[in-house]
Ligand binder design. Sequence first.
Ligand code: G1P
Length: 288
Amino acid sequence: MQVRSAVIPAAGMGTRFLPATKAVPKELFPIGDQPALQIVIDEALGAGIDHIVVVSSRDKPAVAQYFEPNEALLNKLDDSGKTALAERLRSIGRDWRVSIVYQDNPKGLGHAVGCAREAIGEEPFAVMLPDELMGSSALLAQMNGVCSSTEGSVVAVANVPRELVSSYGVIDPAGELSADGVIPVRDLVEKPSVEDAPSNFIITGRYVLTADAWAEIDALQPGRGGELQLTDALKAQAARSPFHAVVSDVSRHDTGNPLGFLTASIELGLTNPELRDDLRTFLANLQV
Ligand code: G1P
């Protein structure tokens, strides 16, 4: 059972990046020469996914525009001999499919994911929060395999210091961690207090969910912060079906705030063969 579709919720206002997000959606901010959104899509493609469902907002038309072919631009690049670049632009959406759906009211992550139900249909699917960049497809590919072998949903988690748990969804493990980093889950709680958190394993922004999650998402009632929380739908799922977490040690970048975005740009720049050497020299000589 290969997961074919991924939902990328990208309808947020990007308030933490104002005024930059007044005109440009933060999912299109560049990391090197790539929009952050494309890096998340590449991660999905590397895990065998070939249908990307972006949940956008009508206030962010540039997100849909990124996927539309621009013949005039392609012709100009071809005419000026920039064929490799033209080829890169042509490859956007060529071997994979993109669907844009709209979330017109910001009612929470559970609601945003629910907007993708019709585009995906009754099959397992991934959810990828684009504020987090994972640096490789390995984690998602492993989660896909665990979903397939356990026939249940899977979340990615990270073990963090206790004081951080109240900003995240947290799992309640039902057993021991296996040698390959998989742990059974009996419950999930959205942003618990430090005292009440059932563990130090926070949900990071990757999920592989079985199709029965849709019914739980549709039935969501307002939870933490008055929002429809994806974690609450998973809580209901974990109460009656197999549910696992994969503890990830892949390097994870939180681009949801300006500092995280800057550090992600630097770290990913250092893995890019075209930027690496000059960037390293610049950083070594920096005197501020
Ligand atoms: C969302 C989820 C939370 C998860 C987090 C990961 O929270 O609701 O369970 O741990 O993403 O980044 P948000 O960051 O949208 O408040």
